[in-house]
Design a protein around this ligand. Structure first.
Ligand code: PTJ
Length: 249
C-alpha cells in the first residue's frame, strides 16, 4: 500500500499497475524494462505535459478527427496503464481498437482483450481468429494486422510502439501518431506526429482536444496540422530534456 502523501505517489502507483499487469500475464516481461526507460525520460521532462507536447497532442487530435478510418493500436503497457482511457478516446472519436503485440502470444492477446472489454470496449480487433493482412516491411506475427483495422487505417495512434513498426506503418502510407517519452527513439523520429508525454497524461489531453475540435471544419483541422512541424517539435522536446538534465529548467 503506497501512502498518498508519498512524494513519488503518482509514479509508484503507475509502477504498481505495471507489476500487477505483469502478474496477470497482460504485460510482457520486457514491458517492465520499457516502463523504466519511460520513467527516466518522464523524470527529465518534469513529469508533466510540456507546452511542446501539448502542441503535438493538438496536432494528433486533428489528424485523428480528419481520418476516415482511425485506429488505436494497443499493446501490453498501454493496456496496463490506460485501458479505460483508450476506450474513452475510441468512443469519442468513433475509432477502432486493435491489439498489436511485439511479444505476441495467444494468452496475452486474450488477456489484453479481456482487460479492454472490462474497461468498456465493445469490440476489439487484432485477436487470434481474425482475417489479417500483411504490413510490408515487417516479419512474423507483428506484420499481421486486422483487415478492417490497422491494415486499412489511414491514421493510427500507436502509443509506446517499437521503432520498426512505426517506420513500416509510415512506409505503408499511414499517418502515425505516437506517444513516446523518449524523443530519441526510432519511433519518435519516424512517426508523423510524436507526442513526447506519458501515455497516462497524453490520452486525457487528446480526449479533451478531440471534444474541443469536434465542431471545427476540416479546413480548420488541416490548418492545425499544417502549422505543426514534427522535427521542430522533437527538437524542442530534446531541449527540454537537456535543460532539465543540467538543472536549468
Ligand atoms: O506488449 P508488447 O508485447 O507489444 O510489448 C510492448 C513493449 C513496450 C515492451 C515493446 O513494444 C518494446 O520493447 O518497446 P520499446 O522498444 O522498449 O519502446 C518503448 C518506448 O516507450 C520507450 O521509448 C519508452 O521510453 C517509452 N515509454 C515507456 N513507458 C511510457 C513510454 N512512453 C509514454 N508513456 C509511458 N508510460
Amino acid at each position: 500500500m503506497i501512502p498518498k502523501d508519498h512524494p513519488r505517489y503518482e509514479s509508484l502507483m503507475l509502477r504498481a499497475k505495471i507489476v500487477d499487469a505483469y502478474k496477470k500475464g497482460i504485460l510482457a516481461d520486457s514491458g517492465m524494462i520499457a516502463h523504466g526507460r519511460g520513467e527516466a525520460f518522464d523524470y527529465l521532462i518534469g513529469e508533466k505535459t510540456t507546452e511542446t507536447a501539448r502542441k503535438a497532442e493538438r496536432a494528433g487530435a486533428a489528424a485523428l478527427l480528419l481520418a476516415e478510418n482511425p485506429v488505436i493500436s494497443v499493446n501490453g503497457n498501454t493496456t496496463a496503464l490506460a485501458a479505460e482511457l483508450v476506450v474513452e478516446l475510441a468512443e469519442t472519436l468513433g475509432a477502432k481498437i486493435e491489439i498489436n503485440l511485439f511479444y505476441r502470444t495467444a494468452s496475452r492477446v486474450e488477456k489484453v482483450e479481456e482487460t479492454l472489454k472490462d474497461a468498456g470496449a465493445r469490440r476489439v480487433l487484432g485477436i487470434e481468429d481474425e482475417e489479417k493482412g500483411i504490413i510490408d516491411g515487417l516479419e512474423g506475427p507483428r506484420a499481421r494486422a486486422s483487415l478492417e483495422g490497422v491494415y486499412s487505417a489511414d491514421v493510427v495512434l500507436v502509443p509506446l510502439e517499437d521503432g520498426d513498426r512505426a517506420e513500416a506503418l509510415v512506409a505503408n502510407g499511414k499517418t502515425v501518431v505516437t506517444v513516446d517519452l523518449n524523443p530519441l527513439s526510432r519511433t519518435a523520429k519516424t512517426s508523423s506526429i510524436t507526442i513526447v508525454d506519458n501515455v497516462v497524461r497524453a490520452l486525457p489531453n487528446i480526449i479533451q482536444e478531440v471534444a474541443e475540435f469536434k465542431n471545427y471544419s476540416d479546413d480548420d483541422l488541416k490548418m492545425i496540422l499544417e502549422n505543426f512541424n514534427n522535427d521542430q517539435n522533437l527538437e524542442e522536446s530534446l531541449k527540454i530534456v537537456s535543460r532539465t538534465y543540467i538543472g536549468d529548467a
